[in-house]
Write a protein that binds this ligand. Structure first.
Ligand code: MN
Ligand code: MN
Length: 487
């Protein structure tokens, strides 16, 4: 179309040369739609099987074993192409392919979290009130409590019995299973409750989960509704009330992932923050067979409550794992950390046309515009963020551009509209270059979150490019060929 180009008015031409806006992928690359839809099928299957960090870690371990990974052993000597992994307390996973380059040149890390907001059972959860049996809960992570009433909930988790045997729960996922539920008032009687601020629509101590309404049939017991629940739990799972003190039980939405829209362009599901990054991170790790740099995929826990605890990024477990890799290769870990690069693979808030006020449109991320590169997060003047350097932004953008990945920039909302954090700050503490890169999400932290299949797919492409980067080819002199044609 050279002729047409010439006819463009000067201003229009300059505008094309100098201005930039991030395109809608469906418009710019419709050929990606089918590939993205196919990739999303595997993702939905993963989401339907994995609703807790433990279930995600077990899924990842199985996938790694099936791909020929072995448990990392400090005693063994590994060479380029060797595949190892480690599991931290059943809740976090590390996976590595050794690269062709000397590990001293740094490792490539991609870290996503596999915990999601939910309702945890209290350590002494069971009670009855006015002929209904309930669980008391303590919410985990940043939920909007009013969203968790009147939806079907499933019970996942583990309990350890007195004899230290473990029982695993997953109740409410099979169509034949019962589900559980939190009640709310009918509108006819909610006049007073409706005057509460939205943050108190349902209060923390009102997130009580209905378990049963049948009394224990026989005899003169004080709390027959509670006892009947315990009788069933004991019969089916061999636990007693005391075992709740040795349990980690999470109540999560019981729904399955679904396609959203007539065009099926989106996925609706629970737990997409941050499994929408964890899944492509795991797939990119599995699809990386012969990398230049040694890879470290981290699927971590406890991000939603500040990365605390020994399975969160506050712990030394990632630091220690990389140190083991360095020892194995006879390298000084300090040198390796300083040369390493990390994607903190976490979601960002997608621009929501129904609630435009909390976004600044020029710097928001949009559904279907690709993986979001978030230079900094934080709140009140970037507080609590790890602000990526211009140089590291350039490096990551270059990798994505060369791999033809659709990416966009995005801030987490308008200035002072709120804020948030990711694992990036804890990675940065190890003296590693890090930036946030992930999928934009609508209704983040809701029981049913929305993502775009094209964004998910391009996130996978970005992670794969990061692990499979070849060095940039040196610029060839454009001798006798004139100006390079614009794409
Ligand atoms: Mn997250
Ligand atoms: Mn989150």
């Amino acid at each position: 179309m050279a002729e047409k180009e010439k006819k463009l008015p000067k201003g229009k031409k300059l505008e094309e040369e100098l201005c930039w806006s991030y395109p809608n992928i469906a418009e710019k690359a419709p050929e990606q739609i089918a590939a993205a839809a196919a990739f999303a099928e595997g993702y939905k299957d993963f989401l339907s099987r994995c609703k807790t960090e433990r279930e995600c870690a077990a899924f990842a371990e199985q996938a790694l074993l099936a791909a020929g990974y072995e448990r990392f052993s400090p005693q063994k000597k590994y060479a380029a192409g060797d595949k190892v992994y480690q599991v931290n307390r059943g809740k976090a996973v590390l996976a590595t392919v050794f690269g062709k380059k000397d590990i001293r040149e740094g490792v490539r890390i991609n870290g996503a979290h596999i915990d999601s907001p939910r309702l945890d059972l209290k350590p002494n959860p069971l009670y009855e009130k006015d002929e209904i049996a309930y669980f008391k809960t303590h919410y985990y992570g940043g939920i909007r409590k009013y969203q968790w009433g009147t939806i079907p909930l499933a019970m996942h988790g583990v309990a350890v019995r007195k004899d230290l045997t473990k029982v695993e729960f997953s109740i409410g996922e099979d169509p034949g299973d019962p589900v559980f539920c939190i009640s709310d008032l009918l509108p006819h009687l909610a006049a007073k409750q409706s005057q509460r601020p939205l943050s108190e629509g349902l209060r923390g101590e009102e997130l009580n989960i209905i378990l049963g309404s049948t009394p224990y049939a026989d005899g003169d017991v004080k709390e027959p509704f509670r006892l009947e629940v315990l009788r069933i739990l004991n019969e089916k799972y061999g636990i007693t009330e005391r075992d709740f003190a040795r349990a980690e039980i999470e109540m999560v939405p019981a729904d399955k992932p679904r396609d959203i829209g007539f065009d099926r362009s989106m996925v609706g599901a629970y737990g997409q923050d941050d499994r929408v990054c964890a899944y492509p991170a795991l797939m990119a790790q599995l699809d990386t067979v012969d990398p230049e740099y040694t890879t470290v995929t981290v699927l971590t826990d406890k991000e939603e409550i500040g990365s605390v605890g020994n399975t969160g990024l506050h712990s030394n477990y990632v630091h220690d794992y990389i140190t083991y890799l360095c020892d194995n290769q006879g390298a000084d870990p300090k040198e390796v950390f300083a040369n390493s690069a990390c994607l903190s693979a976490d979601v960002n808030a997608a621009y929501d046309p129904t609630f435009p006020d909390v976004f600044e449109k020029k710097n928001a991320s949009y559904l279907n515009h690709g993986v979001v590169l978030t230079k900094y997060t934080g709140a009140r003047g970037k507080s609590g963020s790890s602000d990526a350097s211009a140089e590291f932004m350039a490096k990551v953008i270059d990798i994505m551009d060369r791999a033809k990945v659709y990416w966009q920039i995005g801030e987490l909302g308008a200035v002072d509209a709120g804020g948030g954090g990711t694992i990036a700050q804890f990675v940065a503490m190890m003296n590693i270059d890090v930036v946030d890169l992930g999928v934009p999400v609508l209704s983040m932290h809701a029981p049913f979150e929305i993502t775009s299949k094209l964004d998910l797919y391009n996130t996978y492409l970005a992670f794969r490019a990061f692990y499979n980067e070849k060095e940039a080819a040196p610029e060839k002199p454009a001798a006798g060929r004139g100006r390079r044609k614009k794409k």
